[in-house]
Design a protein around this ligand. Structure first.
Ligand code: ADP
Ligand code: MG
Length: 237
């Protein structure tokens, strides 16, 4: 089965060559663990290969996202990247002039799914990042509604054969984990000497073997870097 790169070499190694295309993956981790960095790297890898990519930002504004990742040399202002502001309930002055598309998009999860489907119909995207899906939960009072819509969302992504990467906060990811083809966890470990280490671990990868041991990683000026296990003791945050 063919593989596609995540944009992070060490992670591709753990995945025995990369992600299986056309499926949905979950990246979970706490605030500042590097979820957005990884999601952007995944998108930029697609750009490098001439693929069309869709990035839905649900937490950071497009402006701050672009500024933050430019520090790593990642430029989201690229003709093959569609960066969509999907922050739920965004109500600044700009909203007075919201077009139908954005009004629907930011209203609720259902609206967002419809908007994504419209986008997938309009262009042949091959990579999609949703960062973070956690934000969609807050638009819904009922957990069952969220589950139903999440499944619908996966159906849409599946229909258009895109490789999708969802990010999520550590809290309350259950349906996402069951349904995703793969789960990548970004963890923080406190050592007995009070140092903080960062570790990346694959907990699930359907249809493939994988390295299930945690590896150290860090965020450098080049973005996320995953090291070999041997480096664990020497690596700090
Ligand atoms: N140029 C940089 N060099 C090193 N670390 C950085 C740089 N820019 C941001 N970081 C760190 O990388 C992390 C960015 O995390 P981010 O991908 O936004 O995490 P999340 O989306 O999980 O909250 C933060 O902990 C931040 O301190
Ligand atoms: Mg983030």
């Amino acid at each position: 089965m063919g593989r596609i790169s995540t944009g992070v070499e060490g992670l591709d190694e753990m995945l025995q060559g990369g992600l299986i295309p056309g499926r949905t993956y979950l990246v979970k981790g706490g605030p500042g663990s590097g979820k957005t960095t990884l999601a952007v790297q995944f998108i930029m890898e697609g750009v490098k290969n001439g693929e069309k990519c869709l990035y839905m930002t649900l937490e950071e504004s497009p402006k701050s996202l672009k500024e933050n990742v430019a520090k790593f040399g990642f430029y989201l202002d690229h003709p093959n990247v569609m960066l969509i502001d999907a922050r739920p309930g965004v109500t600044d002055m700009g909203d007075l002039f919201l077009d139908d598309f954005h009004a629907k998009l930011t209203q609720n999860f259902e609206g967002m799914i419809k908007s994504v489907e419209e986008l997938l119909q309009s262009w042949e995207y091959s990579r999609v990042a949703i960062d973070p899906i956690t934000m969609m939960k807050i638009t819904l009072k009922d957990e069952l509604d969220y589950r139903r819509l999440f499944l619908r969302f996966l159906e849409v992504l599946d229909r258009y054969n895109v490789t999708a990467l969802f990010t999520a906060e550590l809290i309350s990811t259950d349906i996402e984990e069951y349904m995703a083809s793969g789960v990548i966890e970004l963890r923080t470990i406190e050592t007995s000497t009070g140092r903080t280490l960062r570790g990346i671990k694959i907990t699930k990868f359907r249809g493939s073997g994988f390295d299930d041991e945690m590896r150290p990683y860090s965020i450098t000026e080049r973005g996320m870097e995953v090291y070999s296990r041997i480096g664990f003791r020497e690596t700090s945050v």
